[in-house]
Write a protein that binds this ligand. Structure first.
Ligand SMILES: Cc1cc2nc3c(=O)[nH]c(=O)nc-3n(C[C@H](O)[C@H](O)[C@H](O)COP(=O)(O)O)c2cc1C
Length: 478
């Protein structure tokens, strides 16, 4: 990017294969389609809308357990449709890919419970079926219930999850990058040779957590390794991102906090010999836009009035119920009354504030650094400031209404951002499709050196493992 060219916005829609992802209570709004998540038609309509409207990607969150800490059970989550029921995010991608050519797909999958071999195959399959439009949001999972769904008594400790994830990615890189040569498949009908056997190899990985022989079952896909995405702020997570991630979700309640987070991520990339701009930084953004300020404010009011505080408390896995106490009771007293003073999460709570203030602050935290309500011009001003002053590269647009949020953004904000050179102009009908990595970085479809995955190209280094990940220090919490 030249100095006089404005920084271009990476534009993703934040989604989940469920009724209520983050804006709890709002699925009830008129014409909201969220209850249609079981219907393949929902995903097809959404994909067409986003591609036509100029979005780069749809980002699919996922969890593999129920939110059952709040009120000691899953009842609130179930009543609210809060990420339960929820379907597999990988399965809707082929439907969306079949009706689009350019839209990217960021999909979440956890490294903590299911072994890497079959996951490598699933992602390679998706990378083939989408012509290289897949990114993977690497998570290590934070729900205690998820651990119990996969045979564990409780969550794996935080930093151990990242160590395990590091080996998980090592196995995947060996399969994706090292197991097959580009010219292994020759599809020679006359000679009856589909694959030259000498172009394919076992990986024979034996590590602390995994033993995987290979060979990978898929031939090389357009990107081989999908775009590696991650959401983190902890020292261990940032160290992991420095080694692996190409796009990181971050956030913060103040400009200083955000900029510290971004700098630490870029520092971590540099520590791994990678350029600072080899990791794109994306934040979750709340945007309420109207043709006039009054129209925008009316929408915001509608969202505020219908938002479910209980849903948000359950989503935050709060170890106590602030709504069950007199407003003047302090958080500390409420915790004690519920016998939760020693709960691991209690140490993060402001024990001296009243539950009334706690709830008020909790609700207000929704409208953080990356929230704007206004006209297309004021929204575009904010986005420009996020890009230029906060140093972010893109947004994951939070949905208050499906498909209203995306439609509003496409109709009102996209044209304004295009006028300001922050989004590419409408693509020509015959524009050649690009892989997600090319869309995000403008370079090659495949990962480039010095990314650590490239060390296995052509079968090199397969008998070695990555050096142990140097994790920063952190309090030993879950
Ligand atoms: C925008 C955003 C999206 C996330 N999506 C998911 C998700 O879909 N599934 C999940 O298990 N965790 C998700 N997380 C949580 C992260 O994976 C991670 O647990 C969290 O950011 C804390 O990481 P840290 O302990 O390294 O700081 C998300 C976090 C953020 C900020």
């Amino acid at each position: 990017m030249s100095a006089d060219q404005p920084k271009r916005l990476i534009l993703n829609l934040f989604e989940m294969n469920c009724v209520s992802h983050i804006t709890h209570g709002l699925w009830r709004l008129p014409d909201n389609n969220r209850h249609r998540f079981n219907d393949i038609g929902y995903w097809i309509e959404l994909a067409k809308l986003l591609e036509d409207g100029g979005f780069d990607a749809v980002f699919l969150a996922d969890v593999t357990g129920a939110y059952d800490t709040f009120r000691d059970g899953p009842e609130t989550a179930l009543r609210e449709g809060l990420q339960i029921p929820s379907n597999d995010p990988l399965m809707v991608i082929p439907a969306m890919a079949a009706v689009t050519e350019h839209l990217g797909f960021g999909v979440t999958f956890s490294t903590s419970y299911e072994p890497p071999f079959s996951f490598a195959r699933r992602l390679s399959t998706l990378d083939h079926l989408t012509n290289g439009r897949v990114g993977w949001n690497v998570v290590t999972s934070y729900l205690p219930n998820a651990a119990r769904n996969f045979g564990l008594a409780d969550e794996i400790p935080h930093d151990d999850r990242y160590r395990k994830a590091d080996e998980y990615l090592d196995v995947l890189y060996k399969l994706w990058e090292g197991s097959w040569d580009d010219d292994a498949v020759i599809a020679d009908r006359v000679g009856n040779v589909y694959t030259r056997p000498e172009g394919v190899r076992y990986i024979n990985h034996v590590g602390e957590h995994f033993a995987v022989a290979g060979p990978h079952l898929c031939e090389p896909s357009p990107q081989r390794t999908p775009v590696i995405i991650q959401a983190t702020a902890s020292p261990a997570g940032v160290a992991f991102a420095g080694r692996h991630a190409e796009m990181v979700f971050t956030g913060g309640s103040t400009r200083e906090q955000v900029s510290r987070g971004i700098e630490s991520i870029k520092d971590a990339a540099e520590l791994n010999g990678r350029p600072r701009d080899s990791i794109k930084v994306v934040v979750q953004a709340g945007i309420v836009v109207g043709r006039t300020l009054e129209e925008a404010e009316q929408k915001r009011l509608l969202f505020e009035q219908n938002a479910s505080v209980e849903g948000r408390l359950a989503h935050a896995s709060l170890p106590f119920d602030p709504t069950a106490h007199e407003p003047s009771v302090t958080v500390g007293q409420a915790l004690a009354a519920e016998g939760k003073s020693e709960h691991p999460a209690a140490s993060f709570l402001p024990v001296d504030v009243t539950v009334a203030d706690f709830i008020r602050d909790f609700v207000a935290s929704w409208e953080d650094q990356f929230f704007v309500c206004g006209t297309p011009e004021t929204v575009a001003d904010s986005i420009e400031s996020w890009l230029d002053d906060d140093g972010i590269d893109g947004i994951n647009l939070r949905q208050y209404h499906s498909f209203g949020t995306a439609q509003d953004f496409i109709e009102l904000v996209v044209p304004e951002l295009r006028r300001r050179g922050r989004l590419p102009q409408r693509r020509a009908a015959d524009a050649a499709p690009r892989t997600l990595r090319e869309v995000l970085f403008g370079g090659e479809a495949r990962l480039q050196e010095p990314h650590i995955a490239t060390r296995y190209r052509g079968g090199a280094n397969l008998d070695s493992a990555l050096l142990p990940l140097e994790l920063g220090s952190r309090a030993p919490t879950g």
